[in-house]
Design a protein around this ligand. Structure first.
Ligand SMILES: [Zn+2]
Length: 280
């Protein structure tokens, strides 16, 4: 399963805000105690507070209730389901239910077997896990990093590193590098100025187009299956939409990167380290 990235979380935040802005918090029913990552403030302190806004930072959903904030990180299998506030069942994988003085109730639930989604209640001035996040893709800080940074590591893991830039994961990294026509194994320091501009432009255009698609296609919560609108991610073996060559995949750090050898690597097939070790 795919971790929801900036476009999915941003559009979800907008849907929650338009459904529930101004509603008063009634209670958080914890259905799995390990999913709550903070001890203080207690979720009881949210009771009676008004949901003033719902936003996003990186891949975190941020619900503001007066001076308190509730963060939700969906991780791989976590999703939000909109449901009537009257529902009291305890479905498999359920982590917490947020209830307001009007519908919908929000159920945070994990599909699949991973148990990594979580939620936090933050007091005033507490950034919690947001403190470790790097700049947003549309910020000036990220622009400067791409245009003048000297990072020597590979671009694919760099784009997914939340401390470098927040909100991008495996799916959009593939699409971004394909659009920029840059190999996932190149480094930022190896790019010339034109390539750096291409990369920045690709990051922003891929994410904003995906956000627009999310806004148009989805209603209510976020379903288990995502990524139906990727350009190349998860599509190895099918023709590249730009040049028609077969998209390839290469295993890297326990997951697969999809790329087009014609568009991105000058026709070169990237070595699968696990595979080449076997062959040798
Ligand atoms: Zn191609």
């Amino acid at each position: 399963m795919l971790v929801p990235e900036l476009p999915e979380v941003q559009a979800l935040a907008e849907r929650i805000e338009s459904a529930l802005a101004g509603a008063r918090f009634v209670r958080a029913s914890a259905l799995s105690f390990s999913a709550l990552k903070t001890v203080a403030p207690s979720p009881d302190e949210l009771v009676g507070k008004q949901l003033t806004s719902v936003g996003r930072r990186g891949k975190f959903l941020v619900m503001s209730l007066g001076t308190l904030r509730v963060l939700v990180h969906l991780s791989q299998g976590g999703r939000i389901v909109f449901e009537p506030g009257s529902v009291t069942s305890r479905p498999k994988g359920a982590l917490v239910r947020f209830l307001f003085d009007r519908d919908p109730g929000l159920l945070l639930k994990e599909f699949g077997t991973e148990r990594k989604a979580g939620w936090w209640v933050l007091g005033p001035g507490d950034e919690g896990p947001l403190a470790k996040l790097g700049p947003e893709p549309f910020s000036q800080e990220f622009e400067e990093f791409v245009l003048s940074g000297s990072d020597g590591g590979r671009l694919h893991p760099l784009l997914r590193d939340q401390r470098r830039v927040a909100g991008i994961g495996r799916g959009y990294s593939d699409d971004i590098l394909h659009r920029a026509k840059i190999s996932p194994f190149r480094s930022l320091s190896s790019l010339d100025e034109a390539e750096r501009r291409e990369l920045l432009e690709a990051v922003r255009s891929v994410l904003s187009e995906a956000l627009e698609t999310e806004r148009q296609r989805r209603v209510d919560g976020l379903p288990p299956k995502l990524g139906d609108h990727f350009t190349v991610h998860g599509k190895s073996g099918t023709p590249c939409p730009r040049c028609g060559a077969d998209l390839r995949r290469v295993s890297y750090e326990s997951h697969e990167v999809t790329y087009c050898p014609e568009c991105q690597t000058g026709g070169r097939v990237l070595a699968d380290r696990r595979l080449s070790r076997l062959i040798r």
